[in-house]
Write a protein that binds this ligand. Sequence first.
Ligand code: BES
Ligand code: MN
Ligand code: MN
Length: 462
Amino acid sequence: MTAVPRDLDEYLAANDERIRRELFDLLAIPSVSARSEHDADTRRTAEWVAKSLRSAGLTAAVHETAGHPVVVGEYRGAPDGAPTVLVYGHYDVQPAEPLDLWTSPPFAPTIRDGRIYARGSVDDKGQLFLHLKALEAHLAVRGRLPVNVIVLAEGEEETGSEHLTPFIEAHAELLRCDAVVISDSAMFAPGLPSVLSSLRGLAYFQIDVRGPAQDLHSGSYGGAVVNPAMALARILATMHDADGRVAIAGFYDAVREWPAHVREQMHGLPFEDEAFREETGAVALGGERGYTVLERLWTRPTCEVNGLLSGYTGEGAKTVLPARAMAKVSCRLVPDQAPAEIERLMHEHVHRVAPEGVQVEVTHLHGGRPWRAELDGPLFDAARRALAAAFGREPVITGEGGSIPVVGDFERVLGAPVLLMGFGLPGENAHAPDEWISVDNFTKGMRAAAMLLEELGKGESH
Ligand code: BES
Ligand code: MN
Ligand code: MN
């Protein structure tokens, strides 16, 4: 097993403290893309990333979109014939609420027990930043990069990457590359570097149910007026059958069988249901009958309520018949389910099962395609060597239940293979209070990223 080159390793070690300080500066900016009150912070983060790229020795531009800006960094000085690698990450983060459940404030990064705690530490600022430092190390130590590099950092991943796909389509020439590298996922277990072979897609809706013109006295009117909260509960209750399958007509029509060799890989991974249950704190696991937990998470589509709102939810009791009820519902998708088609089926289903006496509306929120790839070829060989050098063991191939909407677009628009090598860990609390990244994974991640550039520049890969 080859090691991470000494000069790069030593540079990263010698600059460890400054790198940590910079990371903390980045994590301190509340770039919450979903909240307009943070628009200025989100923009400031884009500028921060651009500046960091420039100080590493790349050129960088902040491109306006109809939403949050896209940052593009470039280095075009590689030797003739060297490939071009696009590194993608997102500088936006999820809202930090509920704030009172954080041990230390979300935007005041802190190290405890070998972990860096902050919103965005693992998803995805920390993982984007480690690539910037790998680029910096190469340029500082050797004065050049072994490959041409494009860094694409977006600020809307956590809200659905709505403006990124059109951006990529409009700038396909600028973004033309031979490979895409993304660190925005987790390793399967501590010490076990992982390469993703699949992501689920997403189709996200809001269901609104309207009844009376305003809230009513539940004694004076209840029993004679259809209750929107009950109507919504009925609608939601039709979405699964007794076996935990999604009961929307046509929902599984486009679902493809998972290849046998991928299933085999999956069953070889060290996984215990009970440990997984414990991680969640749930009293029992559940899901579609006939599938293992990992199959349910990675290979099967779902339909889940993400939020519910209706009537009186404050202290004590208020006798009221609510005027409206609302649910946020999302479906995770697998190949070849298409978000637009699932949206059509959901629309049909909800209107078919809606009780009389209420008005029902299904609104599109966002969508992204599922992705699955065969991991072969020079990009994955390079990744295997880079991860082995940094972590001291070969990576495993895993799947993922989450979504990164733009991954399919990279393949479709740029025609380049995508490598997903993430440095998070189970229990990292992404999207939740007390999000963290392991210090050890962060430092090894930088080395793996540096080594990957080295490997991709060696030539077998182009
Ligand atoms: N980094 C995650 C995707 C992810 C989640 C990778 C879990 C590996 C494990 C990404 O930032 C994310 O949260 N994506 C959203 C999608 C989006 C459209 C809001 C998701 O999966 O909910
Ligand atoms: Mn992410
Ligand atoms: Mn996320």
